[in-house]
Design a protein around this ligand. Structure first.
Ligand SMILES: *Cc1c(COP(=O)(O)O)cnc(C)c1O
Length: 490
């Protein structure tokens, strides 16, 4: 299958590209994105066929239907990484929390957050494409805490790929920082920046666009790529778990085959929700996709008013930092799917030049046929964490907790909800400890201990081990020195 472009075709890039090409250079004409020419039509037949399949069997068949230019043995190797999740037989457990609410846990991989779902197999696929072409790639990542550890973990010691990962020094949780600075491999460089996440992100954007930097890389025979969530190589793996979660509900007797469900997704860059949208187009019976935001609620405002408005918006820091995003990149693929490339280009150019776009009334109606949304602030989130722990004995992280508000306000109780849990409690422990016991500003290790005691849980060995693992990545620099630092690492 070939991939086409969300903002049309500018006559300089190829009109269509293969999956490999879309992975290596994810930005299309006019700054757009690549999307599949046509989604595979799978239907209920596919669901029935896979009712008793393993996660990997389901994933393999779904990927095959996309007819991508990746060898079958590479796909097998990529999917085999799910065997290292907590339960090799079921990497994504779906847990019934109450009568009509199920939680699909996407955090059972090596870095305890849902980024592993896509980045784990993506690392194998990208490295294999690079080897096949006999090319070397530098992956640049800027992280507020979850993408960095997941990217380092997946590319560690992989051939033909090096990673430079920028994080704001002091701007991540202890666990997230330790996950990065204890990663020991020759092809990884972790760089702390004296600054905030935006400084790291802006430095990355500047380097990705800099001809001078690309020239310096070329002299070292290195090309530049990015592993951010606009990459379709990540999105494709995020369709699978939505299909899997639906099948789990059927298997558990929560629904009968064909019954509609809500998919409730804590959203930032909209990769997870987009995976759900594609799954719904392909085969999963979905009543609506419910988008959950935190105080950075641009997506909620878009879905409720038709206006994407950044004119008076600034990113605020919240208790769910992986969702502290204003320019939510993957919504562009929804615009394309619903309104076509001409209109998408018009809307995205308006966003870039005016910091604003507005859908027509008809367009908004169409969007609301598929999506509903609400946002949840930090205090509300903490109250949900405490109440659901006390009443249902289920412990959730602050990102997942944003779903509980929209579950109440956007869904009708007679239709079952699958909400997605995107991080383990160990990753955002100070907020959870605060919610459960009222303690404030605890360091991660203290918060972990108090949650473990309160909830009668073990701190997972891999998390506890981080606190005694040697720090091998100790570079902390000013943002002016990033380029020099990366070039000297290569
Ligand atoms: C990345 C992330 C999200 C947001 O996911 P998107 O696909 O960007 O919408 C939510 N929660 C956690 C814990 C994350 O790491």
């Amino acid at each position: 299958m070939n991939f086409i472009q969300t903002r049309g075709y500018d006559e300089t890039k190829p009109k269509t590209v293969t999956f490999s090409e879309a992975i290596l250079a994810p930005i299309a004409s006019f700054g757009g994105l690549y999307v599949p020419e046509k989604l595979p039509e799978l239907g209920e037949e596919f669901l029935t066929k896979h009712l008793n399949s393993s996660y990997k069997e389901l994933a393999k068949d779904m990927l095959n239907r996309f007819e991508i230019d990746i060898d079958s043995d590479v796909i097998d190797e990529a999917l085999a990484l799910y065997d290292a999740f907590d339960d090799a037989k079921n990497p994504v457990p779906v847990v019934k929390v109450k009568e009509n609410l199920y939680i699909s846990e996407l955090y059972h991989g090596p870095t305890r957050a849902f980024k592993d779902m896509a980045l784990q197999p993506f690392g194998v696929v990208l490295s294999s494409i690079a080897q096949k072409r006999n090319e070397n790639y530098l992956i640049l990542a800027a992280t507020s805490g979850d993408t960095g550890p997941a990217a380092l973990e997946t590319f560690k010691n992989r051939a033909n790929v090096q990673v430079a990962c920028l994080y704001p020094n002091g701007g991540t949780s202890d666990v997230q920082r330790l996950q990065m600075v204890t990663e020991d491999a020759k092809n990884l460089k972790v760089i702390g920046i004296n600054g905030v996440f935006d400084d790291a992100q802006n430095a990355l954007k500047r380097l990705l666009a800099s001809e001078e930097f690309k020239k310096a890389l070329k002299e070292k025979s290195v090309s530049l790529s990015a592993a951010n969530s606009v990459n379709f190589g990540r999105i494709i793996f995020q369709i699978v778990y939505h299909i899997h979660s639906y099948l789990e509900l059927v298997r558990q007797g929560g629904i009968t085959m064909g019954e509609k469900v809500y998919l409730n997704v804590p959203s930032g860059n909209f990769g997870n929700a987009l995976g759900g949208y594609y799954a719904a187009q392909m085969c999963v019976p979905v009543e609506k996709i419910v988008i959950s935001s935190n105080e950075n609620n641009v997506l909620t405002r878009l879905i409720n008013s038709g206006k994407y408005d950044l004119r008076d918006s600034e990113v605020v820091n919240t208790t769910s930092p992986a969702m502290d995003i204003l320019k939510s990149s993957n919504i562009e693929r929804i615009l394309f799917d619903m309104f076509g490339d001409v209109r998408t280009r018009e809307l995205m150019e308006s966003l870039e030049s005016q910091n604003f776009y507005e859908l027509t009334a008809d367009e908004l109606t169409k969007l609301q046929e598929c999506f509903a949304a609400d946002f949840c602030n930090g205090d509300e989130g903490k109250a949900y964490i405490k109440n659901i722990f006390n009443n249902e004995n289920y412990l959730m992280d602050p990102h997942t907790a944003t779903c509980m508000k929209s579950y109440e306000t956007c869904s009708s109780p007679e239709i079952k909800t699958i909400a997605y849990s995107t991080a383990e409690w160990t990753k955002f422990s100070p907020v959870i400890a605060n919610a459960l016991t009222g303690e404030v500003d605890a360091q991660d290790i203290i918060a972990l201990e108090s949650i473990a005691k309160e909830a009668n849980l073990e701190i997972p060995a891999m998390v506890r081990g981080l606190f005694t693992k040697p720090v091998v990545q100790d570079t902390i620099i000013n943002k002016e020195d990033i380029e020099k630092e990366i070039l000297s690492f290569l």
